[in-house]
Design a protein around this ligand. Structure first.
Ligand code: NAD
Ligand code: IPM
Ligand code: MN
Length: 351
């Protein structure tokens, strides 16, 4: 069988603690499913930026496209480099450079005691945020005027193109169909933003007409942010713009145990996709060996699914669910395990 070549970007901060656990778990699950994988490591991130002046080489995405089936990436960001330069170069650099237009962020409740909601059991919160991933506010088009004076002006422009909106909405319906999900909710701010709201509503109406088998609704993001907490069961696939999706996916992770359990896939079905946990580098806990590796481990499951090793992905999710049920947890989930012990616990349950 052909070996799947995976580019691994370890990343910064707690990524250095959780990624080794996730890599080892991915390897174990792939091996058990007789699905050969091979890792090549890239030192992209803040150390590289501090040493060489760039978080990743200019031709980094060419390297990824030419030699790999997928990218497995840890979080990026380090307090020694203020601002967003390394995040722009590496995170946005890879998402934009590989044109990964759909950021898929599943949110599933694995155990009743992980949710602040009453009377919700495993599987009773189960939805997916599909975040537009190549435009919106993140294009970083803008500038300063009269910087450093009391008259300073900062402009941060937001971009929504027909192509960008259409393809991510279509991807969310395709995803719903493939994964047997019933409904797509589009969340925008058509109540106040004439242009952004206008294009998202129009394109949503156009695309939904091609998917009559799937229920669909358009809602305002502020209302969705409330309703997803009050009635999470009403949501299935939620498609939204880059900024709203960034915030909403952290909000909904809070319903199921937090960022320590939230995986994500940055997808372009015609190209090389990138897989990273939703969380960041957590400088507040970095170095103590207590970060939860499960978000990164579950991200590895999404990567295996994507490469066609659904058996490996499902085995990882099962092992995580079992470990959680048996109290094998890090501190963020009310447990006592270290990062390493938690990784071992999941791998033991793979067997
Ligand atoms: P963060 O996700 O790093 O941390 C938010 C909170 O969640 C912190 O209290 C942290 O301790 C906790 N947390 C996060 N992951 C955890 C885990 N696996 N286990 C246990 N607790 C966990 O977000 P932040 O504080 O806003 O950002 C910190 C840095 O990370 C910044 O430099 C930011 O730019 C970067 N960041 C990167 C990514 C990415 O690479 N995709 C995502 C988010 C933030
Ligand atoms: C995430 C992060 C990034 C984003 C930042 C660090 C640029 O918050 O992956 O959710 O907003 O996409
Ligand atoms: Mn985020």
């Amino acid at each position: 069988m052909k070996v799947a070549r995976i580019a691994v970007v370890r990343g910064d901060g707690i990524a250095n603690e959780v990624m080794p656990e996730a890599e080892e778990t991915l390897k174990a699950a792939a091996e058990a499913a007789s699905f050969p994988v091979d890792f090549e490591y890239f030192d992209w991130g803040s150390d590289r930026y501090l040493e060489q002046g760039r978080g990743m080489p200019e031709d980094g995405c060419d390297t990824l496209r030419a030699g790999f089936e997928a990218v497995f990436q840890g979080a990026i960001g380090d307090p020694r480099v203020p601002g967003s330069i390394v995040q722009e170069e590496v995170i946005l650099g890879v998402r934009f450079g590989l044109d990964l237009y759909a950021n898929i962020r599943p949110c599933r409740l694995y155990h009743e005691d992980l949710t602040p909601l009453k009377n919700k059991g495993a599987g009773e919160v189960d939805h997916v945020v599909v975040r537009e991933n190549t435009e919106g506010l993140f294009v970083n088009v803008g500038g300063f005027f009269k910087q450093g004076t009391k008259d300073e002006v900062a402009l941060q422009e937001e971009v929504h193109t027909y192509k960008g909106v259409e393809r991510v909405i279509r991807a969310s319906f395709d995803f719903a169909r493939r994964h047997k999900r019933q409904k797509v909710t589009m969340a925008d701010k058509a109540s106040g933003l004439r242009y952004a709201g206008g294009i998202w509503r129009r394109v949503f109406d156009e695309v939904r007409a091609d998917f009559e088998d799937i229920e669909s609704e358009a809602k305002h993001i502020d209302a969705v942010a409330m309703e997803v907490i009050q009635h999470p069961g009403e949501f299935d696939v939620i498609v939204t713009n880059n900024m709203f999706g960034d915030i909403l996916s952290d909000v909904t992770s809070g319903l199921v145990g937090g960022l320590g359990l939230a995986p994500s896939a940055n997808v372009n079905l015609e190209g090389v996709s990138m897989f990273e946990p939703v969380h960041g580098t957590a400088p507040d806990i970095y170095g103590r060996g207590i970060a939860n590796p499960m978000a990164a481990i579950l991200t590895g499951a999404l990567l295996l699914d994507h490469l066609g090793c659904g058996e490996g992905g499902a085995a990882i999710r099962r092992a995580v669910e079992e470990a959680i049920a048996h109290g094998e947890r890090t501190a963020d989930l009310g447990g006592k395990l270290t990062t390493k012990e938690c990784g071992d616990a999941v791998r033991n349950r793979l067997k």
